[in-house]
Ligand binder design. Sequence first.
Ligand code: SAH
Ligand code: SF4
Length: 397
Amino acid sequence: MTAPLSTLTPALSPPPVLPDIRDQSRETLAAAFNGWNVPAYRLTQLLQWLYERRAPSWDAMTNLPKSLRDQLAQTWSLGSFTLVLKQGTKEATQKFLWRLSDGSLIESVLIPANPALYGETADRHTLCVSTQVGCAYGCRFCASGLDGWKRNLQPWEIAGQILEIERWHSSLPKGEQSPLTGDRLINNLVIMGMGEPLANYDNLMIALRILNAPWGGNIGARKITISTSGLVPKIRQLAEEPEQFRLAISLHGATDAVRNQIMPVNRKYPVAELSAACHYYVSRKGKMITLEYILIQGVNDALPEAKILADLAWKLHAKVNLIPYNTVEGLTWKRPDEKRCITFAKAVRRDGTSVTLRMEKGHDIDAACGQLRLKTEKELTATAVSDLSQPIELAPA
Ligand code: SAH
Ligand code: SF4
């Protein structure tokens, strides 16, 4: 009788996954180079390959000796992800759907110059970045949380969204590239893609520090806005960090009654605790925060809610960014009509608060983050994304 095959051949274990080199700080890399007796200028060359020239492989790093490239390849991996789908044109919002090495799908959204939103001056491009695959927070209106949480993104998978898009952009024929004033496409980041960034805090901080560093992405901390649904202890932790990252709160309701209805996180961290944490952040940083407020018909668009929102914003010295809700397939929430949105915006502004209302041309079924992934996973054919119009700026009355 022959032995079963499994007893004859040892089970093949997958090769060990090395940590990615773009998860490492400059100090870690410098210590390794030191240990290998490699001169410091080689580290400068390596960092240029990683973050300026966005090299896709070790072999592409042609001015590094082969022996050093081999040593690097034995110590770290250099992962990449694949562009599955791109929607939109260079004049408008462009959405990128990526497949990661484990098959997970994530989205990034590239938004052309729009100084009125998060940047201070005429920005080149803003990138909206994902931090998790799916989301555990299950806000009732959001596509990202519909299938639950799958995993946290690694630091390099967060930073890699910027690098991959810049690599994609530089590979386009000149006529198809967006005009640039410098050599980088992206100089403004909003951490508002799929996932709750503050629930992946440590990886986010590693990625943002690399993107912020002069030897890395060289994007100023003031050009990076982190959006959260309201994780109070993490907002306080962020307040203690030395960098001046900007903070946006996905408020979407100024009272517990409204927030509890649409955001389960509010049961853990109600409005009073959230606003105290925001106060703390503002007092530590001395910077204005933004309150994001999606307008959903019949849920949070009543005028008394606008008054409470105005009071809250005024107390926090916060800006308010009103966004008419984008319909999500499978969910019944609707956006209010344009007149209602403008009336609500004026009611918030009346109390002296700075308000932005971002209206879109036409209705855009795929506009909200997480929807593209959801659709693709359901193997539906994606439709084209319509343009975002300029935001309507309402100065304080
Ligand atoms: N988890 C973080 C960041 C990602 S969500 C957060 O909640 O802040 C980014 C923003 O998109 C949030 O303000 C979120 O409330 C908003 N959003 C989600 N679904 C939306 C939809 N269908 N229409 C408009 N905005 C939406
Ligand atoms: Fe998660 Fe933010 Fe969507 Fe809420 S709004 S489910 S926190 S991604």
